[in-house]
Design a protein around this ligand. Structure first.
Ligand SMILES: [Zn+2]
Ligand SMILES: [Zn+2]
Length: 220
C-alpha cells in the first residue's frame, strides 16, 4: 500500500494525480473522501477532509496530515473484529474490537470529543521519558499533556469514553456488557466484561484507531 509520507514532493508532483472518489458508497464518512491516483489507483490512495482543511504547509496542516495517515481502517491493518454492538441511544450497530492492554503492553485514551481510540505502545521509541504513561490501562493526566490533538480538535484522555459513530453520544460500558459478553468466546468459561471504560480493556469502534500520537518534542 502506498504511504504518501514516503513520497517526495517531486514524486508527488510528477507521478500522482489525485482524483476524488465521490461515487455513492465510496465516501468513507461524512467528514472525509477517498481520493486515488489516476495512474496508480491501487497504489496511491489518501483520505481528504471534505471541509475545514487547513492551508498546506502550516503546522496545523502538517499535524492533520500526520494524524490522518495514522487513522487507518481496520481492514487495512488486518485487525480482527470481535463482533457488533448497538448504541442504546440511536440503535445504530457498529463493529468493535477489544484490546487487552496487559497482553498488548499498551495504554489507551479516547478522544473527549469524537470518542475514537488512541493506543500507546510501551515499545514505541516515541514514549516521553520521565513520566508515568499509565501502561496496562488508561493514560495518566501527565501523559495526556504530551499527546497530539485528535483530528477533530478534541483531546485523548484516560477518563474519556468511546462514542457511538452515528449519534456521537458516549456509550455506556454497563449497557454494552450484553453485546460484548454475547460475542466473547471466553464468556462460556466465566469471562466477564469489565463494565467500565477504565479497566484493562480498551475498545476500538469501527476501525477508528490512532497509534502512538505523541506530540513531537522540540529538538534539543
Ligand atoms: Zn476526536
Ligand atoms: Zn448512537
Amino acid at each position: 500500500m502506498c504511504n504518501p509520507e514516503l513520497l517526495s514532493r517531486a514524486d508527488e508532483a510528477r507521478e500522482i494525480r489525485w482524483v476524488p472518489e465521490l461515487q455513492e458508497g465510496k465516501i468513507e464518512s461524512s467528514a472525509e473522501a477517498l481520493s486515488f491516483c489516476r495512474f496508480r489507483p491501487r497504489l496511491h490512495r489518501r483520505r481528504t477532509p471534505l471541509a475545514g482543511r487547513p492551508r498546506p504547509g502550516t503546522p496545523a496542516s502538517r499535524r492533520k496530515r500526520r494524524m490522518r495517515l495514522n487513522v487507518e481502517p481496520l481492514a487495512r491493518r488486518n485487525m480482527r473484529r470481535d463482533g457488533t454492538a448497538k448504541c442504546e441511544i440511536c440503535g445504530h450497530s457498529f463493529g468493535y474490537m477489544l484490546i487487552h492492554n496487559g497482553f498488548n503492553s499498551s495504554g489507551y485514551g479516547y478522544c473527549d470529543r469524537c470518542g475514537i481510540t488512541a493506543l500507546f505502545s510501551a515499545y514505541s521509541p516515541r514514549v516521553p521519558k520521565g513520566i508515568d504513561v499509565g501502561f496496562h490501562g488508561p493514560i495518566t493526566p501527565d501523559a495526556e499533556e504530551r499527546v497530539e490533538q485528535c483530528v477533530c480538535g478534541g483531546h485523548f484522555r484516560g477518563k474519556a469514553a468511546p462514542r457511538c459513530p452515528r449519534c456521537k453520544e458516549t456509550l455506556s460500558a454497563d449497557k454494552a456488557a450484553a453485546d460484548i459478553e454475547r460475542n466473547a468466546p471466553g464468556t462460556a468459561g466465566g469471562w466477564r466484561w469489565q463494565r467500565s471504560w477504565s479497566g484493562l480493556y480498551a475498545i476500538v469502534i469501527e476501525d477508528q484507531l490512532v497509534d502512538d500520537p505523541w506530540r513531537a518534542e522540540p529538538a534539543g
